[in-house]
Design a protein around this ligand. Structure first.
Ligand code: B12
Length: 139
């Protein structure tokens, strides 16, 4: 039976582990194979994990310390090298400070992130939507 796979981790400068563990637990309980790279994961490490699991539906990257943009700056270069060809979903507390601006989100999309989410509870629905879109494209 085909097991749905996702790659999960926390951005390179970030050591916040709680949401990461909860997300892994929740998705495993829903039947996903979760390749969890844990905290302080570089774009290069996400790309290596995707090479090892090319069937992964998405790469899920958490960031809480406010430095998501800086940590993901290598994403366009990785894509230009043909790496990380699956959807990348980023979530958490994505910029420094309590006042969030739409520009903080827009610059993540400009790096090539597919979805930016505030709440990990939205992940299952978003993964289902992306999977449905992929299989509709393949049909
Ligand atoms: C616990 C904690 C720590 C612990 C972490 C311990 C550990 N091993 O995890 C310690 C003390 C180490 C720590 C350190 C730091 N922390 Co801290 N920390 C927190 C705290 C209190 C709770 C975080 C937490 O675990 N929440 C529980 C989880 C379940 O909730 P959550 O993380 O918010 O996740 C939700 C969403 O964000 C989202 N989400 C999270 N990840 C993902 C991933 C994906 C893929 C998706 C889709 C969604 C998603 O879904 C979750 C459920 O809704 C928060 C404040 C707060 N109350 O949130 C500050 C906070 C995150 N920390 C903060 C800061 C600044 C730091 C430090 C830089 C402090 C310092 N000067 O050293 C360091 C950073 C270290 C580093 N290199 O990253 C700030 C970030 C500010 C910002 N972004 O502007 C916060 C918000 C505190 C604050 N108000 O200032 N921290």
């Amino acid at each position: 039976m085909h097991r749905r796979t996702v790659i999960l981790g926390v951005a390179a400068s970030d050591s916040h582990a709680v949401a990461n563990q909860l997300i892994a637990h929740t998705l495993r309980a829903r039947g996903f194979q979760v390749v969890n790279l844990g905290t302080c994961t570089t774009v290069e490490e996400f790309a290596a994990a995707h090479r090892g699991h090319p069937d992964a539906e998405a790469v899920l990257i958490g960031s809480l310390n406010g430095h998501a943009y800086e940590d993901l700056r290598d994403l366009p270069a990785a894509r230009a090298r043909g790496l990380l060809g699956c959807p990348v979903i980023v979530g958490g507390n994505l910029s420094v400070g309590s006042h969030k601006q739409s520009a903080d989100i827009e610059r993540l999309y400009a790096l090539g992130v597919h979805r930016v989410l505030g709440d990990a509870a939205d992940l299952p629905a978003v993964l289902d939507e992306l999977a449905a879109r992929t299989s509709a494209g393949a049909a």
